[in-house]
Design a protein around this ligand. Structure first.
Ligand SMILES: Nc1ncnc2c1ncn2[C@@H]1O[C@H](COP(=O)(O)OP(=O)(O)OP(=O)(O)O)[C@@H](O)[C@H]1O
Ligand SMILES: [Mg+2]
Length: 395
């Protein structure tokens, strides 16, 4: 059918034509926004899940929900080996600009911007001025607050002041952090410390993070109280109804239908993983001649979808791994029939190596976001169906 009218959207962070199966998380977030606006205590929020389950997309929807309530918002994507100071100052700058026009006292906004500038400029100071970088903040720097150089102290001061501005306006500020597991240890600890301080104050500023399944462990390794600091939402596969809805609703808007058999087969193939739902939906639409889309259409389109996933979803990630890391993942794939977590001791046995000698490969893969440490002594692929993909490559 007409590819121009194809509604499906496979791709990292691509807004789906229909956000299916996330009603619970959206409703819970509305309650959080409303409670904070009314000065009630609330926790910050963390979304966790495997690759391609829709964390970024949901994070963006939560951001829209905050904007709809006139909150100030900003977003960062954490990267390994990158400090928090710079991206956070840009995100907070944006959030404060959004609420500044409604603030009764422009001078206190300017004062805050001066503090923010000092905070941001420490990023250059930290690097020994190797690089000249200007935060682009149109206010004179205010010295003596949020600029000690200790990220934990500075972040608490900065966020408490930002929350004060939001409180004056009668709204809140939400800072969104995607790929949160990639923050460095000092930055994680600073975020937790700041959230702790803010919640004791019922200050109207929250952090909304998203990351891989081991993010809660990263947070609690940093601060033991982090379990009580955040509300965790595990984002997973779509159930049958939600997966069907993700396919049917956008098609309906184009006057296209699916047969029951087609939906059965699509669910079996995509396994409810949002990225796969979009990928198979898209390929099937393009190859189907007419509405209704049938199971035969799904069968014809499946190899195209698989090829695209092999390049865009699996292959691009596999290529980031070194030869030793690839060997490690292949051993994992051979051991995990269902792609669930695997004991690291078994992997060592499979490779005929001492567990300690495999630590560099394992740590490298964790750092690259390809595997995660599940419970103690177990690791899993962060990419759904990755084991299956690797087995299909070597078979
Ligand atoms: N609730 C949903 N309903 C239908 N499709 C969705 C839903 N959530 C996400 N998708 C689709 O799934 C794909 C992956 O989404 P997204 O990039 O947000 O995943 P992610 O969890 O952030 O992955 P990664 O860990 O790789 O960053 C996109 O193509 C998106 O359109
Ligand atoms: Mg993402």
């Amino acid at each position: 059918m007409d590819p121009v009218r194809n509604p499906y959207a496979p791709g990292a962070g691509q807004r789906p034509p229909e956000l299916a199966g996330r009603e619970k998380q959206l409703a819970a977030f509305d309650v959080v926004l409303e409670r904070i606006s009314r000065g009630r205590p609330e926790r910050s929020v963390v979304l966790t899940g495997l690759r391609g389950v829709g964390k970024t997309v949901l994070l963006n929807h939560l951001r829209s929900a905050a904007i709809a309530k006139s909150w100030g918002t900003g977003k960062i994507e954490a990267r390994p080996d990158q400090g928090l100071r710079r991206p956070l100052s840009s995100a907070l700058h944006m959030a404060v600009r959004e609420i500044a026009a409604a603030h009764p006292d422009p001078e206190s906004v300017d004062h805050f911007l001066g503090v923010l500038k000092s905070f941001a400029l420490r990023a250059t100071a930290d690097k020994g001025m190797r690089e000249r970088w200007q935060p682009g903040i149109d206010a004179p720097a205010v010295k003596g607050r949020a600029d000690s150089g200790d990220i934990e102290i500075d972040l608490v001061e900065l966020l408490v002041d930002a929350a004060g501005l939001a409180r004056d306006v009668g709204v809140g500020i939400a800072l969104f952090i995607d790929e949160m597991q990639d923050l460095g240890p000092d930055d994680v600890s600073a975020i937790c410390g700041a959230c702790h301080e803010l919640s004791q104050d019922t200050a109207p500023l929250i952090v909304v993070g998203a990351g891989l399944p081991h993010l809660p462990a990263v947070l609690s390794a940093s601060k033991s109280y982090s379990e009580r600091l955040f509300t965790y939402h595990r984002i997973g596969r779509l159930d049958r109804d939600a997966a069907d809805h993700a396919l049917i609703a956008p098609a309906q808007r184009e006057d296209v239908e699916f047969t029951r058999d087609a939906l059965d087969l699509l669910y079996e193939t995509a396994d409810g993983y949002p990225y796969f739902v979009q990928a198979y939906g898209k390929a099937t639409w393009d190859l189907a001649a007419d509405s209704p889309i049938t199971a035969a259409d799904v069968r014809v389109a499946a190899p195209t979808a698989e090829e695209e996933l092999a390049v865009g979803f699996f292959g691009s990630r596999y290529e980031r791994a070194t030869p030793a890391e690839r060997e490690y993942m292949r051993a994992m794939a051979d051991l995990s029939g269902d792609d669930g977590p695997i004991a690291t001791s078994k992997i060592a046995a499979e490779l005929g190596r001492k567990p300690a000698s495999l630590s560099p490969a394992r740590d490298g893969l964790i750092k690259k976001g390809l595997i995660y440490s599940a419970e103690r002594g177990f690791i899993g692929f962060t990419v759904p169906h990755f084991g299956r993909y690797l087995r299909s490559q070597t078979d």
